[in-house]
Design a protein around this ligand. Sequence first.
Ligand code: PEP
Ligand code: MG
Length: 752
Amino acid sequence: MRTDIEDIVRAVSAASDLDDVLEIIVRRVGAFLPIDACRVYLTDVEGGRLVLMGSSGVSPTSAGSARAARHSGLPDLVAERREMVVLADARTHPRYVAPPETGDGRYRAFLGMPLIHFHRVLGVLAAWKAHSPFDRDEVTFFITIAAQLARVIHQAAAVGEVRRLLSGAAPEEGFIQGAQAAAGLAIGTAALVDPLANLESVPDRRSQDVVAEEKAFRAAVTAAQRELQSAGARLTDILPREVRELFDVYSMLLGSEDLVHSTIERIRAGNWAPGAWRDTIAEHARSFDQLDDPYLRARGEDIREIGRRILLHLESDIQAPRLYPERCILVGDSISITEIGGVPLGRLAGIVSRHGSALSHSTILARAIGIPAVVSLPSLPIADLEGRTIAVDGDQGRIFVQPSLAVLDAFERRIGQQAALTERLVALRDLPAETPDGVRVPLHANIGFTSDTEAARSSEAEGVGLYRTEYQFLLRETFPVEDEQYEVYRQLLQAFTPMPVTIRTLDVGGDKILPYFPMEEDNPFLGCRGIRFSLEHPEILMIQLRAMLRANAGLGNLQVLFPMVARIGELDEALELLVRAHRELLDEGQETAMPRTGVMIEIPSAVFLTKALAERVDFVSVGSNDLAQYILAVDRNNEQVATPYDSLHPAVLNAIHKITLDAHERSRRVTVCGELAGDPAGALVLLGMGVDAFSVSPASLSRVKLVIRTFTVEQARTLLETALEKEDELSVHRLLNAALEEAGVLGAGTVS
Ligand code: PEP
Ligand code: MG
């Protein structure tokens, strides 16, 4: 049965539009089960009532006329109750209305399943039988298939909606939800990236001249490499070094033995170059697609992008120079870093792609150059979008196609508010982060790339509260050796000396998997993460600790921070390794001093061990991102559960409050380095708790400063006390937003 369901879902997923989807559902389900009629009703968005959209098991004339007829009766009951209804003899049920398209009351048994997607009833899948009741297997079949069909119907409906807009229907307020990839807002004109280069549609063809095919292929590789290099060169000045290196990595990948040789072999075996290349790319990308790890899966996407670039060069000898609109929104199936770099500077306003993730290299590049990007819009009919107006909301991961005037106005207003706020914040530049009642709260920066140093320095951060070393490890092909790490840490410590720089030991695992160190785990977020990974591989941790200690020589501003500690023993072991690294260096005659140390509290068990942990180090740092994830049992990266993931949940706030009290009892300072500290409402409650320092992304630093300079500690404490008593996160948001609004600082973080 499972394979039958998979077959139906696969056929439905491949359908070209909503009508097709519905047609396939009723036909296939009707053919698979001994039922007499199958119907799909969809909820009419305007009237909120069910409309019959697809039907099998009735005469063609009645099906035609019944289509789009409204219905009431048992299907409505299913939608109202949002649960399955199974009846052996429906005719005795008080809500029974004979199906209007037959009207003869010959169907007895009824089975109706709601089609629910993201809490919305999209419609109802119903089946009728004239004689026997539905048996258990049939019911099970419906339960299983309905859940899967809802998702496909949702996507097909979204495509239909966009097509309807494009066909001249009035512009809409509706949006298409994707995934947030790079923050910011933009309005512009869609420009499709090379729509011609569709690898999947390349046919097999016997080559007439193997030598010529091989030559053409090699020429295409060289041309794509050249193109990549010039795209990289254009962005050289504005990119962090690590991101710039992506262009070199791609260039190497393009010419890699693996890709080039297996294609040449295929050409020599008789296929023409585009067909050979298609197979090579499919083979390589597939091996990545099958991996569980999202970072590695994103590499499959990267390979396909390379595939398209080469195909384009194979398909046309002369590439006409591309003209880009004034405010260009690049739209594509997937978008490569070459394509991003190919748009003249100043013209690129936004990026929209059907595939991709927050981890794809093009997304990393978009963030680095500050271009709003939305990805993962599988239902987007990109072929119809060229030249259309698109509004990209990178803050919420959604796009508006042909937006209405009202939407455009709202966008302009938000863009204006963000600009006005920026001006207001710039005015705070030279002022200290100090409350009106004279309490100084140092603001530190969170840094991922050493090149963020510039942003952190110009944001006036008073040091680095969190340097996430894993970025440096993630964007490489191999582990960085001690000297390479030393260079990076030294540069960072020097840039901030004498201000403190907190360098966190490697925090990989979970969603951050090293491409060259694949790990297969069933529950990676509960698996070998952070300090567990480092203690599992002390040889890697030792190299890192030695590099940090060496970099600190003569400067003395290093603070070492240990992530994801769940047990006292883990911290003891990590500290022992630090002492060992220190001793080793002394023995080798190197100048080095023991640095200050800190522990991250981001796992619930650590909350209850704060006093014991704090005694062993100089400070504690709260990782509110993971703490919220583990307290609420909500994956921080899963869009489906994004709503319940909220660090302002009273349970999370109570935990941080406890950490602060316990650490203070042991006379240790408390820093918060999760996103909560960079959010104005979060900063306000943390101020009330008496948190000693905040570490936030450079972009949020001035907003937090505004909050600190507006509220006295006493005011913040009163708000905190009320917040801690609230029963859910919404009430906390309301309380804090009202306070921020009253103080005139609401726009500081909640421009919407
Ligand atoms: C956190 O969990 O809050 C944190 C700062 O660490 P990361 O976001 O890097 O996991
Ligand atoms: Mg964390």
